[in-house]
Design a protein around this ligand. Structure first.
Ligand code: ADE
Length: 251
C-alpha cells in the first residue's frame, strides 16, 4: 500500500519511519510512504504557502493553490493506485482501531497535514474524502496524527510483529481493553513490599489463564470505558460467563 503525505514538516516523519518494530514495514515498502513538502509547490521565491484570512482574525491559512498543485503531482505519481484524501483535523471522525484496520487492508491514502489556523475551505470542500481526528484535543498540526495512523497501520501488516498473535491480543482487537502482562522475576522486590506475579499465570492451566485474562480485560474495560462494554454487548461479543462475571462486580 502507498501513503503520500502532504506536509510543511517532512523532517518530522523520517525518524519515526526509521525506528522501532514498524521500520520493517516502511523499509520493505510494504507500507510505502512518500513525503511531499508543501513549500515545493509555492509559486514565489519565498516559498510561501500561507496568507492572512479574509475577514481578519489571528493566524494564517494554508493557500488552496499550492495544495491543488501538490495534489495533482501526488495523483500523477500514484498512477492508478486509488486512495482517499484524508485531512487531519480536530473536527474529524475520531481515529479508532476499526478505522485503522480499514486502512491496513486498503491500498493506501493521501494524508494532508494542516497547520496554522486552517486550510482554505474551498480546497477541503472540493478534494477531501475523509477528516480524521486523533482525539478531543488540539495539536499544532496534523503531522502527529498522520504518524499515529501510519504506525498503527504498519504494525498490522503481516510479519511486522514478531508473534503473529500479538495483535489478536491488543486492546480493542476484540472490543475490550487489553489485560495486564507480567514477566520475570516471579517476585519483584523483597519483604512486605514484594510484588508477586498473579499465581494463576504460573499454574500452567491454559483455560484458567485464558479466563483470568478475559476477566481482567472485562473488569478494566467496565471501570475505565463502560462505553466499550455497551458496544461489545450490542455486537453480541459478550458471553454468559462474561455477563456473570460483570454482574458479580456489580458492573
Ligand atoms: N490537528 C490539530 N489537532 C488535531 C487532532 N486532534 N487530530 C488530528 N489532527 C489535528
Amino acid at each position: 500500500m502507498r501513503f503520500d503525505v502532504l506536509t510543511l514538516f517532512p523532517d518530522l516523519f523520517r525518524p519515526h519511519l526509521e525506528q522501532g518494530i514498524t521500520r520493517r514495514a516502511f523499509e520493505s515498502h510494504q507500507v510505502d510512504v512518500h513525503l511531499w513538502p508543501l513549500r515545493d509547490f509555492a509559486d514565489d521565491n519565498y516559498r510561501r504557502v500561507d496568507d492572512r484570512p479574509y475577514g481578519g482574525g489571528p493566524g494564517m491559512v494554508l493557500l488552496a493553490e499550492p495544495l491543488q498543485r501538490a495534489l495533482a503531482a501526488v495523483r500523477d505519481a500514484r498512477g492508478g493506485t486509488p486512495g482517499p484524501l484524508v485531512h487531519f483535523t480536530p473536527t474529524g471522525r475520531r481515529l479508532d482501531q476499526a478505522l485503522v484496520r480499514e486502512f491496513a487492508e486498503g491500498s493506501g491514502a493521501i494524508l494532508l497535514c494542516g497547520r496554522y489556523e486552517g486550510i482554505d475551505q474551498r480546497f477541503l470542500d472540493r478534494h477531501v474524502d475523509l477528516e480524521v481526528s486523533l482525539g478531543d484535543f488540539v495539536l499544532s498540526g496534523g503531522e502527529l496524527a498522520a504518524l499515529a495512523l501510519l504506525d498503527a497501520v504498519a504494525r498490522l501488516q503481516p510479519g511486522v510483529l514478531g508473534d503473529a498473535q500479538s495483535h489478536a491480543q491488543d486492546s480493542f482487537s476484540d472490543g475490550l481493553l487489553d489485560c495486564p502482562h507480567y514477566s520475570r522475576p516471579e517476585r519483584l522486590g523483597s519483604g512486605a513490599d514484594a510484588q508477586p506475579v498473579p499465581a494463576v499465570l504460573l499454574s500452567g492451566h491454559h483455560a484458567e489463564i485464558a479466563r483470568w485474562r478475559r476477566e481482567r480485560a472485562l473488569e478494566l474495560t467496565a471501570r475505565r470505558r463502560p462505553d466499550l462494554i455497551a458496544a461489545a454487548r450490542a455486537a453480541g461479543a459478550l458471553g454468559a460467563a462474561d455477563e456473570r462475571f460483570l454482574a458479580s462486580l456489580g458492573l
